[in-house]
Ligand binder design. Structure first.
Ligand SMILES: C[S@@+](CC[C@H](N)C(=O)[O-])C[C@H]1O[C@@H](n2cnc3c(N)ncnc32)[C@H](O)[C@@H]1O
Length: 283
């Protein structure tokens, strides 16, 4: 495996930060070495300086580097409680609120964003919940979008095909046959009735050139943990701007907003915590 020098690490970690916002502090040399050594070999580079200069001129290589560095760990029904609160509190309340202000017969709009959706498990779990509540596109105008900075993750999410191992992390055998079609010994595809509720797009949270629109519900779980405190603050400012004033934010089980933003107030529902915009703080 190639070794990264201290100067290369400085240059490379700044580069990674500039292209996708991920902070690699000193001590993370091994992460660059283990994740990028296969790319050095593939592109015939003998050092991290060489691949760095190549990547500066080659957007495809840059994407490969982002894919290799981003940590895409995810699974179906991760942490469970966000999906319980979505099903039993957030969606019923939202439908009630939105339904009241619509003319009779109009479809109720529901806009959901998964920021840093990785390979799609979070988004498909949301589709399982939507379907469990009987929500389809006949009575509801649903926009469910998953975005991630990693092209490879988005390609896999869009494809909607998972291995036996990926399904076994979070799903029971009964759920697997309810939500998936078996393609062969080790591959299962999300059934169309769930698949077509979701769309996916490659997007960097810090990209200011693209507006994703406004949302009623935003999932942003286990993404901010890779950013510096300053970038997390920036990220939550962006989320505050995208979320409806009565919208809902769900963060990861090990995350907290306490030191990063006062833009949201926590609310408790059974054993779950979700956040809503703080009416006392506006941008
Ligand atoms: C650990 S995964 C979390 C996946 C899912 N939200 C969950 O909790 O199971 C973090 C994801 O954030 C994505 N990510 C990192 N930096 C990003 C950025 N600047 N913009 C968009 N996505 C980013 C990574 O590519 C990765 O797929």
């Amino acid at each position: 495996m190639a070794k990264i020098t201290p100067i290369e690490f400085k240059v490379f970690s700044k580069y990674i930060f500039d292209v996708c916002g991920i902070t690699l502090k000193e001590g993370k040399e091994y992460l660059i070495e283990t994740r990028l050594s296969p790319l050095l070999e593939k592109h015939g580079c003998v050092s991290f300086s060489e691949i760095y200069y190549k990547a500066r001129r080659d957007k495809d290589l840059e994407k490969e580097i982002i894919d290799a560095i981003s940590t895409n760990e995810t699974f179906f029904f991760r942490d469970v409680t966000p999906f319980e609160v979505l099903q039993h509190k957030i969606l019923p309340d939202l439908i009630d609120k939105r339904g009241r202000s619509l003319r009779p017969g109009a479809r109720i709009p529901i806009r959901i964003l998964s920021l840093g959706c990785s390979t799609g498990q979070e988004v498909y779990t949301i589709t399982f919940v939507l379907r469990a509540l009987g929500l389809g596109t006949d009575m509801y105008d649903i926009r469910l979008i998953g975005v991630d900075v990693s092209n490879a993750a988005i390609a896999k999410a869009s494809y909607g095909v998972y291995s036996e191992f990926e399904l076994s992390r979070g799903l029971s055998p009964a759920q697997i046959s309810q939500y998936f079609l078996k393609l062969d010994e080790n591959r299962w595809k999300v059934k169309d009735e769930y698949r077509w509720l979701a769309t996916f797009e490659t997007h960097n949270i810090f990209d200011t050139s693209k507006d994703l629109g406004r949302f009623d519900i935003i999932f942003c779980r286990n993404v901010g943990i890779y950013f510096s405190p300053i970038d997390r603050i920036k990220m939550y400012e962006k989320i505050a701007a995208m979320l409806e004033p009565d919208g809902y934010l769900l963060i990861g089980a090990t995350e907290s907003l306490t030191y990063d933003t006062d833009r949201f107030v926590p609310k408790k529902y059974l054993r779950a915590v979700f956040y809503q915009p703080n009416p006392a703080v506006t941008g």
